[in-house]
Design a protein around this ligand. Structure first.
Ligand code: SF4
Length: 171
């Protein structure tokens, strides 16, 4: 798990969240944006042109969002730092990979959080095994990521987290 960060690093990403995610005009977002369409405020080089004034411009939702490290993992590990802005053909596969990797990193974060519970030795080992199943970068193909939500690993993580409910009720 040491080589997988669960904290977003926008400088190492290609602004995948600024394209992939949809948002509705609301208190959190000043405009509507459809999923898969680059935000009107996204500049070249994957930078947000209003980054310094996101809050005053009505984009608190962007400040709140964290991909849990999925974006930079897709950009740097799966696509070797390539840019969809320079090669638009990469956009669709990068967005598809990001959708799957977000699910992976959400589960990794839940497992990391679970480590704060008073786990038994067997439960600690299970956390380690499940993290390992999702940590190795070379294990992820586009097909694996697309099917991750229905995978045995995803089901195993869900079942394990559910099994920890008694610990939550105790605390
Ligand atoms: S406002 Fe900036 S941070 Fe928010 S989605 Fe648009 S480009 Fe990205």
């Amino acid at each position: 798990m040491d080589d997988v960060s669960l904290k977003s690093d926008c400088a190492a990403c290609s602004a995948l969240c600024c394209v992939a995610l949809a948002f509705d005009k609301s208190k959190l977002f000043a405009i509507d944006k459809a999923a898969g369409v680059a935000c009107a405020h996204l500049g070249s080089g994957h930078g947000c042109t209003i980054h310094a004034r996101l809050q005053s411009a009505g984009f608190q939702g962007c400040i709140n969002y964290d991909c849990n490290g999925a974006g930079q993992r897709v950009t740097q590990v799966l696509f070797q730092g390539q840019s969809w802005q320079q090669n638009p053909a990469l956009l669709a596969p990068m967005l598809a990979a990001f959708a799957g990797m977000r699910q992976v990193h959400e589960r990794l974060l839940l497992l990391a959080t679970a480590q704060n519970l008073p786990l038994s030795e067997a439960q600690k080992r299970r956390v380690y095994d499940l993290q390992a199943a999702m940590a190795a970068p070379e294990d992820w193909s586009a097909k694996d990521l697309a099917g991750f939500g229905q995978s045995e690993t995803a089901r195993a993580v869900q079942a394990f987290l559910k099994s920890l409910a008694p610990l939550l009720n105790r605390s």
